[in-house]
Design a protein around this ligand. Structure first.
Ligand code: C5J
Length: 223
């Protein structure tokens, strides 16, 4: 279309039109990113993730300025845990479980302080929030029908963590026919080598899952 942008990306140029593109910001929640949250309690270095917050914000602001559909996801469960399989609850034999009390309320329970988004990435009133019980944002949510109704064909991704919820959602989206680009510095993992491997996997074999590019490539995309 006339409103086409070309982004210098790997493995080759990614073309998209803002009116048919959504940005999906995955799970930028206090429980994964802030000291004192669930992620930190599991022994992870959450500072790595916090560093992506300003980049993710710049990505959102570019998308907002271009009138794109903005979708935020959060991994969160109902208070009665009826949407949390026992396998997920008990995996790893943890000392703190989903639903347990923590300094930021009940862990990964929708509506609790820790499950909410970090302040800088608070959704605007007109933006979509998808609450998901799994790692992928399409499983057991309204995301698929919502993107269809909005005539979306292309997706930009940011968020955490790269190899878990971001990669799972990107693969789900790829199988549903969406052209997907991961913004490399708007995503992070507790394990730097897993982030790099995920980026490598996505763009190998001619972009078998999609494209990757740094935020600077979006900001300098040419029409
Ligand atoms: C994890 C996520 N890492 N949002 N969740 O359990 O990636």
């Amino acid at each position: 279309t006339s409103n086409n942008y070309a982004v210098t990306a790997e493995p080759y140029v990614f073309n998209f039109s803002p009116e048919h593109t959504a940005v999906i910001m995955i799970d930028m929640q206090r429980d994964f990113i802030l000291p004192g949250g669930f992620g930190a309690s599991l022994g992870n270095d959450v500072d790595r993730l916090a560093a992506t917050v300003p980049v993710a914000r710049q990505l959102l602001d570019w998308c907002r300025a271009h009138g794109m559909l903005v979708v935020h996801t959060k991994e969160a469960h109902k208070g009665d845990l009826s949407d949390c399989p026992l396998s997920k609850l008990n995996r790893g034999n943890p000392t703190v479980r989903i639903g347990d009390q923590s300094p930021m309320g009940r862990i990964l329970i929708d509506g609790e302080e820790g499950s909410d988004f970090v302040a800088e990435l608070t959704p605007l009133p007109n933006e979509v929030v998808i609450v998901k019980p799994g790692k992928g944002a399409f499983y057991a949510t309204e995301l698929g029908s919502l993107l269809q109704q909005a005539n979306i064909t292309h997706l930009l991704f940011g968020g955490v963590t790269t190899e878990v919820c971001v990669q799972t959602t990107m693969r789900e989206a790829n199988d549903r026919g969406y052209e997907c680009l991961l913004v490399e510095d708007a995503t992070e993992s507790y394990f730097p080598e897993f982030k790099q491997s995920t980026i490598d996997m996505i763009r190998a074999q001619g972009g078998i899952v999609g494209w990757t590019a740094p935020l600077s490539a979006i900001l300098s995309a040419t029409k």
